[in-house]
Design a protein around this ligand. Structure first.
Ligand code: ATP
Length: 238
């Protein structure tokens, strides 16, 4: 079976600054990969190129037809009700009139917001807004789901609930996932594989061969290895 993502020799520059410098990356279908790297190393840039939001200037990029993205900020339109945000941009030509509404309700139920379809975005908590953003990503039935620090702005408890939700959605829908995070624990809790970006390329990768659901105690050694790849002292990060 072909890979979901195949990137070879990707180059991206902003003015004189070369941010991605011959990067190679493969994701298998249904694989969950976490992307780590120091601030400013180019993680979001890579995601934007994969999402087709930004052009590469060199190399080759192959992604599936259906790609969805969710960002750290949910980016909901405040003047549209929640359900309309979920189906925004979905092409429903030739479908029955209430089709979009039903699709939105199903997706909202999946993220446990079934009773918020008619709410306005500004009345949602941060975690709820992020779940709407996930529902919006899901209705496209993506083969590749790109998540750019989706839980970075949430408190620890909400974040833990979101980890469980993402793990469940991934199990049920099985898209390939590329998940950008600064949080090594989050990466090790969720991913099949952790890759580290530095100086424009992937400089390390770790397979996370641990059963799910995972406990932090089960990956202490791996955590230290990844932190070392990031150039962070375990004590400094603790
Ligand atoms: N549109 C742009 N124009 C100019 N420079 C940019 C642009 N987008 C990103 N950059 C620069 O490219 C570099 C990589 O940015 P990017 O946002 O990809 O990093 P990141 O690894 O996602 O960072 P963080 O972890 O802090 O979110 C940074 O130096 C940034 O300033």
């Amino acid at each position: 079976m072909a890979d979901a993502v195949r990137v070879r020799g990707l180059v991206k520059e902003f003015g004189p600054r070369r941010v991605l410098d011959g990067l190679d990356l493969d994701l298998a279908r249904g694989e969950f990969v976490a992307l780590l790297g120091r601030s400013g190393c180019g993680k979001s840039t890579l995601l934007r190129v994969l999402a087709g939001l930004d052009p590469e200037i060199g190399g080759s990029v192959s992604v599936p037809d259906r790609v969805s993205v969710a960002f750290q900020q949910p980016r909901l339109l405040p003047w549209r009700r929640v359900w309309r945000n979920v189906t925004l941009g979905l092409r429903g030509a030739g479908r029955p009139k209430d089709w979009a509404r039903r699709v939105a309700e199903e997706a909202l139920a999946e993220v446990r917001l079934g009773d918020h379809a008619d709410a306005w975005p500004l009345t949602l908590s941060g975690g709820e807004a992020q779940r709407v953003s996930l529902a919006r990503a899901l209705v496209r039935e993506p083969e590749l789901l790109l998540l750019d620090e989706p839980f970075g702005a949430l408190d620890a408890l909400t974040r833990a609930a979101m980890h469980r939700l993402v793990a469940q959605l991934w199990r049920e829908h099985r898209p390939a996932v590329l998940f950008v995070t600064h949080d090594v624990d989050e990466a090790l809790l969720l991913a099949d594989r952790v890759v580290v970006l530095a100086a424009g390329r992937l400089v390390a990768e770790h397979r996370v061969d641990l059963p799910r659901p995972r406990r932090r105690a089960s990956f202490a050694d791996l955590r230290a290895d990844v932190l070392a790849d990031l150039g962070v002292d375990d004590v400094e990060a603790a």
